[in-house]
Design a protein around this ligand. Structure first.
Ligand SMILES: [Zn+2]
Ligand SMILES: [Zn+2]
Length: 505
């Protein structure tokens, strides 16, 4: 059975400010306006990305306790939207309401009566939005036949990611005894908000693996990891949960991470997923569009470019980070190590502007040249050494997780802090410049949604790696070893159930 498509709406903080300025009036009356949106179509969720607020001209709406508007206003804004390939959303206010709003009879009639017209002019479905007096948003989508589907959430992407959840579709998860210490850190309300976020970790190596496990332990319901790569011996020093057996059984990084997530999760009914796709593939990108926050734990230029764009084009905050270790040239001693973290979102500089991504390397990576020894020799480039140290690998993960907490919890009312860098030699934490480049290609894609420049394509090394792993997993030796491992795991689970009946392993 295919699940029905889910809907959401998202807007940058600037659009939220402009809408509230108009809709939440000083005189306490309801008001109304239209806003253009771009669709962002994920594998299972469609989001309306709000773009431009088009205020009514004199005579196009009247305010009389509640508000009404003319068909001319709808036609005018729908024509502006159609010329840009966008849809329209009808936004109004409930100044005395709080939380997710139900529609009144007149609300429903007004939205229904324009659903067909909006679709006929723009080719996109009409969205309806309501802002309550406490700044909570609610949203729904009308199809061309004027049938309404409630959205599951509305996301305001700013230094503090503010999400209003539709309690009927996404109820607060039941707090668990094992989460008492976590909940006492920020209270049940914040726990209820953040545990409903859908979070994707791209890259399940040492840093991504640690991040995903901490998210599941925090009680998040929806944690997913994406990685096409194998788990190899060279990963074992920085992944304390992985063993020689995992390598011998030819587990991919995702299979291993998912097993660990199931053990670490504290949510009552966690919904954990692993994807062996590449974010550089069309399907990988579509899966990513279903998530509210993405962690970037990849070091290759191509996947980093895809994530760098999604943060702006699809309004999904991407928390990026990494570590650089600088040994002396003779290999004898360490000069320095630095790790950094930053949130990519409209209003913050992108990876290119902070020199975390060189656009010239993206094409080389797409062509597979960065792994080609002949190309590396001829171009005089250094093969990436990818130094990492188990004792330090936790630090960039911790730094990215702290950015996540700042983004979604906003301690002290402050959101994420901008790019940070820690310098190990001097033990200094440095706040890096946050100035924006108005010419930046990536930042100019803000809110384009499905009209983004597609950076995805055939990712040959991902296809080769997955195919080789599948072949290896089909060998008799590994099939037998895996069957034995399954028996042991199930015996271990039975033993846990016997000794600790309240556990949920
Ligand atoms: Zn209303
Ligand atoms: Zn930029």
């Amino acid at each position: 059975m295919t699940r029905p498509r889910r809907f959401s709406a998202a807007m940058p903080g600037t659009v939220d400010d402009a809408l509230r300025l108009h809709l939440l009036r000083d005189d306490g009356q309801e008001d109304i306006c239209l806003v253009t949106y771009a669709p962002s179509t994920g594998a299972s969720r469609t989001s309306a990305l709000l773009k431009e607020v088009v205020l009514p001209k004199p005579g196009e709406r009247s305010v009389h306790g509640n508000a009404s508007f003319t068909g001319d206003y709808v036609v005018r804004v729908a024509s502006i939207a159609a010329a840009q390939g966008l849809g329209i959303a009808l936004a109004h206010s409930h100044p005395h309401g709080s939380g997710w709003q139900q529609m009144s009879g007149p609300d429903e009639d007004a939205e229904r009566s324009f659903a067909h017209l909006a679709h006929a002019i723009t080719g996109h479905e009409l969205f309806g939005l309501t802002v309550a007096g406490d700044h909570a948003w609610s949203a729904r989508r009308w199809n061309a036949d004027a049938r309404c589907t409630e959205a599951e959430s509305v996301r305001v992407v700013d230094s503090h990611l503010r999400v209003t959840w539709n309690e009927a579709l996404r109820p607060v998860p039941m707090p668990q005894d094992s989460q008492i210490r976590t909940i006492s850190g920020w209270g049940e309300q914040i726990q209820g908000l953040l545990t409903r976020l859908r979070v994707l970790v791209v890259g399940a190596g040492s840093i991504g693996h640690d991040i995903a496990i901490r998210l599941a332990a925090t009680g998040l319901l929806h944690v997913a990891v994406m990685d096409f790569d194998d788990l190899e011996r060279v990963n074992l020093d920085r992944m304390p949960t992985a063993t020689w057996i995992d390598v011998a059984l030819r587990r991919g990084k995702v299979e291993h991470a998912l097993r660990q997530l199931r053990l670490a999760a504290t949510a009552g009914r966690p919904d954990l997923h692993g994807f062996e796709d590449s974010i550089c593939e069309d399907l990988g990108q579509r899966i990513a569009l279903d998530y509210d926050v993405i962690f970037s734990c990849v070091d290759r230029p191509w996947p980093r470019a895809v994530l760098n764009q999604l943060a702006y084009s699809d309004l999904i905050p991407v928390i990026d980070g990494g570590i650089a270790i600088d040994p002396f040239a003779d290999g004898n001693g360490m000069r320095n190590a630095t790790w950094r973290s930053h949130v990519l979102r409209p209003g913050r500089p992108c990876m290119v502007c902070t020199r975390q991504l060189n656009p010239a390397d993206v094409t080389l990576d797409q062509q597979g040249l960065l792994e080609d020894p002949e190309y590396i020799r001829q171009s005089g480039r250094q093969k990436p050494a990818r130094q990492n140290v188990a004792a330090l690998a936790i630090s960039p993960a911790a730094s990215q997780l702290a950015q996540f907490v700042s983004l979604v919890v906003a301690p002290g009312g402050l959101g994420e802090p901008g790019p940070l860098q820690y310098v190990l030699s001097t033990h200094q934490l440095i706040a890096l410049p946050t100035s924006l480049n108005p010419e930046c290609f990536f930042e100019r894609t803000t809110g384009l949604g499905d009209a983004r420049v597609e950076l995805t394509g055939v990712h040959e090394s991902a296809e080769r790696t997955r195919a080789a792993r599948r072949r290896a997993q089909r060998s008799t030796r590994i099939r037998l070893a895996r069957a034995g491992d399954r028996l042991l795991t199930s015996a271990q689970r039975k033993w846990t159930e016997l000794t600790c009946p309240e556990s949920r392993l």
